[in-house]
Ligand binder design. Structure first.
Ligand SMILES: *[C@@H]1O[C@H](CO)[C@@H](O)[C@H](O)[C@H]1NC(C)=O
Ligand SMILES: *[C@@H]1O[C@H](CO)[C@@H](O)[C@H](O)[C@H]1NC(C)=O
Ligand SMILES: *[C@@H]1O[C@H](CO)[C@@H](O)[C@H](O)[C@H]1NC(C)=O
Length: 540
C-alpha cells in the first residue's frame, strides 16, 4: 500500500534535470501579483515546474515591474538567451535590465522586466518571457514564462460613462439595454411567481401541521434577519489569510474528530491540478478492509504554511453537514504536515465548471448538450443545498460552478472552496490588497463593504445560473476586475446568454438586484424555478 502510494507520487513528478539552477519569484513578488505569501519556483535545483510555467499569471494594472530571481548553484557558468514578446507592442513596450544574452549569475540575483502600459491602446496583452539556457554544447533548453495584463487607455478623469471609445463600455451599454429590455418583458412572469409564492405561503400558514415543507416559512425569517446582524462579524474569517482565527481551536477539534490514518489512503490519478494544489481520485480502506473511492484534496510541497492552513480551514467548512446536495468532508490526515489530505466521497463526481466547459468543447460532436430542463433541474438542486446551508446559518460566500460537483446523472453537490483559488486562478483577483476574491461572482455589497448574507449568496447563485446557461463562460470577460464594482453600481449586469430562455434570465437578473432586500430568497427562487420546470415539462 505504502509502496504503491510512493510510486504513484513519484510518477507524477516529471524529472527534467537542468543542471543546478534556481529560477523563481520571491514571496514579495507573488504577493504583488497573486496575493499569496509564498515563493514560486519555475526551476528548483534544476527541476522544471511545468505547472508553474503553464500558468498565465495576471499582472495587476498598477504593477509595472516584474522581478525574477535566479542563481546558478554549482558555480558553473550557464549561458542564457532571453527574449520578450508581447501580443501588442502599442500597449506595452517591455524592457529588461539584463542583456539579451549572458551568463546566469552564480550568486542569487534579481532582474527586472518593466511592462508599463503605454496608455495609448486598451488591450489585453500577453507577455511571454522565453529563455534558452545552454546546459551542454548543442543542448539548449527553452522555458517560457507567461503573463498577461489588461491595459487601458489613459482617459481624462471625468465621468467614465462618456468615454464610449473603449470596447468594454460599448459592450456594457448593450448589456445594460439588453438587461433592461428583458427585465421589462419579464416583470410579468416574476410578478406571477412572487404572487403564487405568497399565496402558497398564506395557504401554508393557515393549514399549519400538514404542511409539506415546513422549513419554507422558517427559512424566510431565519435567513433574512441574521443578514443585518451577523454579516459584519462573519466576513473576516473565511477569505482572509490570517492564521489567528477565533475558530482555530474549533478547527483543531474538528480535525481530530475527522482524522484518518494516511496509510489507508491511496492516490490513483490527478483530477485537477493547480500551481500548488491538487485533487486526486483515490481510495480509502477502512478497518474492515472495505475500499471506497474518494476525492483527495492536497497540496504539493511548494505550498506555504499559510496555504496549508487555508486548505484545512476552508476544507472544514462542510464539516458535519448532511444533505444530498452538499459534499461533506469524510476525513482529514495531517500526518504529513507539509501536505494534508482532505477526503471527500467520490461517486464519479466531476467538477461542475470543468464538466460544463467539456460540454462546450464537444458541442459539435456526439457529446452531451444540456437542455433547459436539465439546467433548471441542476439549479434547483443547488438551491436545495443552499437552503440547507442557510438553515445552518452558514453563508457560502463563494458559490460558483467551480465549487460544485456533478455526477453522471446530473446530480449536483455544492462543495467548499478549498484550493479553488489555485485550481481556477482566473476566477479570483486581488484588488490592491492581499485578498484574492471571486470578484465577478460577488454581490455589490460584498465588493464594496465586505458584507455577506444569504442575499449575497443569492447574487452568486445568479452568476452560477448564468454559468450553467453559458457552459461556464467567464463572467464579464471584457471588464477589468478593478472596475467591476463601478460597473455594477452604474447598473450594468451580465448579458442574457444566447439560447437562454427569457424566464431563466429574468430569474438571474432578479438575483442581481442592487439592494439585498430586493433579491429573492432561495425559497422564492425555488418556487419560481419549479414553476418554470413544470411549464417546460408540459410543453415537451
Ligand atoms: C531559443 O532557441 C530557439 C531555437 O534555437 C530560437 O528559435 C529562439 O529564438 C531562441 N530564443 C531566444 C530568446 O534566444
Ligand atoms: C535589475 O533590477 C533589479 C531590481 O531593481 C536590481 O536588483 C538589479 O541589480 C538590476 N540589474 C541590473 C543588471 O541592473
Ligand atoms: C539535453 O539535455 C537534457 C537534460 O540534460 C537531456 O535529457 C537531453 O537528452 C539532451 N538532449 C540532447 C539532444 O542532447
Amino acid at each position: 500500500m505504502v509502496h504503491k502510494y510512493l510510486y504513484l507520487l513519484c510518477a507524477f513528478i516529471i524529472h527534467e534535470c537542468l543542471g543546478y539552477l534556481n529560477l523563481f519569484l520571491t514571496s514579495q513578488e507573488v504577493q504583488k501579483t497573486l496575493g499569496l505569501d509564498v515563493e514560486l519556483y519555475y526551476i528548483r535545483d534544476g527541476q522544471i515546474n511545468n505547472n508553474a510555467l503553464a500558468y498565465v499569471m495576471d499582472i495587476p494594472l498598477n504593477v509595472d515591474n516584474l522581478l525574477i530571481s535566479w542563481e546558478s548553484l554549482n558555480g558553473k557558468a550557464l549561458p542564457y538567451n532571453i527574449g520578450i514578446t508581447t501580443s501588442n507592442l502599442h500597449s506595452i513596450t517591455p524592457k529588461l535590465n539584463i542583456t539579451q544574452s549572458g551568463i546566469i549569475p552564480t550568486t542569487l540575483q534579481t532582474f527586472t522586466l518593466s511592462v508599463p502600459c503605454t496608455g495609448t491602446v486598451a488591450d489585453q496583452v500577453n507577455i511571454d518571457i522565453s529563455m534558452n539556457i545552454t546546459l551542454q554544447p548543442n543542448n539548449i533548453t527553452t522555458i517560457k514564462i507567461q503573463r498577461k495584463k489588461n491595459c487601458k487607455r489613459n482617459e481624462t478623469p471625468i465621468s467614465s460613462n462618456i468615454s464610449i471609445d473603449s470596447k468594454p463600455v460599448t459592450n456594457s451599454v448593450n448589456i445594460f439595454y439588453t438587461a433592461v429590455g428583458s427585465a421589462i418583458i419579464l416583470i410579468g412572469f416574476l410578478a406571477i411567481c412572487v404572487l403564487r409564492y405568497y399565496l402558497k405561503e398564506k395557504k401554508k400558514k393557515s393549514s399549519r401541521g400538514n404542511s409539506m415543507q415546513p422549513h419554507m416559512t422558517y427559512l424566510t425569517s431565519a435567513t433574512r434577519n441574521p443578514t443585518s446582524t451577523c454579516s459584519y462579524g462573519s466576513f473576516r474569517r473565511m477569505p482572509s489569510y490570517s492564521l489567528i482565527d477565533e475558530r482555530s481551536k474549533d478547527l483543531q477539534e474538528r480535525i481530530s474528530e475527522l482524522t484518518i490514518q494516511r496509510c489507508r489512503v491511496g492516490l490513483n490519478s490527478v483530477i485537477l491540478e493547480g500551481t500548488f494544489g491538487r485533487v486526486y481520485l483515490g481510495s480509502y480502506t477502512d478497518e474492515n478492509g472495505r475500499q471506497e473511492e474518494v476525492l483527495v484534496k492536497t497540496v504539493t510541497d511548494h505550498a506555504s504554511q499559510i496555504q496549508i492552513s487555508l486548505l484545512l480551514q476552508e476544507g472544514m467548512f462542510m464539516y458535519s453537514l448532511n444533505h444530498k446536495n452538499i459534499l461533506t468532508i469524510l476525513g482529514v490526515s495531517i500526518e504529513d504536515q507539509t501536505a494534508p489530505f482532505l477526503l471527500y466521497p467520490y461517486h464519479s463526481y466531476k467538477n461542475l465548471k470543468v464538466f460544463l466547459q467539456k460540454c462546450k468543447l464537444n458541442s459539435e460532436g456526439v457529446a452531451h448538450t444540456l437542455t433547459t430542463q436539465e439546467v433548471v433541474d441542476m439549479a434547483l438542486q443547488v438551491i436545495q443545498g443552499m437552503q440547507y446551508l442557510h438553515k445552518k446559518h452558514l453563508w457560502h460566500k463563494d458559490l460558483a460552478a467551480r465549487n460544485c460537483v456533478v455526477d453522471d446523472k446530473l446530480r449536483i453537490k455544492v462543495t467548499d472552496n478549498a484550493l479553488s483559488r489555485d485550481l481556477f486562478p482566473s476566477d479570483y483577483h486581488c484588488l490592491g490588497d492581499n485578498e484574492n476574491r471571486p470578484i465577478k461572482w460577488m454581490a455589490i455589497e460584498s465588493l464594496l463593504q465586505k458584507e455577506f448574507s444569504s442575499s449575497s449568496d443569492v447574487w452568486s447563485f445568479g452568476v452560477l445560473l448564468w454559468e450553467l446557461t453559458t457552459l461556464a463562460q467567464q463572467p464579464y470577460v471584457e471588464i477589468d476586475p478593478f472596475e467591476v464594482a463601478a460597473y455594477l453600481k452604474d447598473g450594468y449586469r451580465l448579458a442574457q446568454p444566447v439560447n437562454c430562455p427569457d424566464e431563466l434570465f429574468a430569474v438571474m437578473a432578479y438575483c442581481w438586484a442592487m439592494s439585498p432586500s430586493e433579491r429573492p430568497t432561495f425559497t422564492q427562487l425555488q418556487v419560481c424555478l419549479q414553476e418554470f420546470y413544470a411549464q417546460l415539462i408540459r410543453y415537451v
